[in-house]
Design a protein. Structure first.
Length: 167
């Protein structure tokens, strides 16, 4: 239970996002109804190198999305995989942050939800639980927003970069 509480706390103190998700969203119109899901899956290849499922995510300005960041489960506590996207996080309206098991049909798995208003999140830090950090949000400004994923669990640390493109 303490491990889960730590993960939940880390998810609140940190958070961020990637993929092609805007197919059903209309730019400039704040979305309603359920959010459109996209996933950034962080796994390890046979050689132990971090693999990121997608590094370019296209979104519609004002659309409603849920980013599912699937953390690798093979990371020891305090040596983690970090997701950084400070400019993107500052230019979105975050509605819900949650932590859940990374399974198919994610709406059907138990999760802890944090309903957000007016708080800034700066980073998501995966520390071995293999859970999904989920953020439901509206992108509020057009632009290209870089993100960086840092794998501190290997020596030397490895960085993977990508971008959110809000059109």
């Amino acid at each position: 239970m303490n491990k889960l509480a730590g993960v939940i706390g880390a998810a609140l103190v940190s958070i961020a996002v990637s993929g092609t998700a805007h197919a059903q969203q209309e730019p400039g119109r704040v979305g309603s109804g359920p959010p459109e899901d996209f996933t950034i899956d962080l796994t390890r290849g046979d050689d132990g190198v971090l693999v990121v499922s997608q590094t370019e995510i296209r979104l519609a300005w004002g659309g409603y999305y849920r980013m599912n960041l699937i953390c690798p489960g093979d990371v020891e506590n305090e040596a983690g995989v970090e997701f950084h996207a400070p400019e993107f996080l500052q230019n979105m309206h975050i509605r819900i942050v949650s932590v859940a098991q990374p399974e198919e049909g994610q709406q059907r798995v138990p999760e802890v939800n944090f309903h957000m208003q007016g708080l800034n999140l700066r980073q998501i830090d995966c520390e071995g639980l293999g859970a999904a950090a989920r953020i439901s949000f509206h992108p509020m400004r057009r632009g290209t927003y870089p993100f960086t994923i840092v794998d501190d669990a290997v020596d030397p640390a490895v960085e993977v970069t990508g971008a959110f493109i809000v059109e």
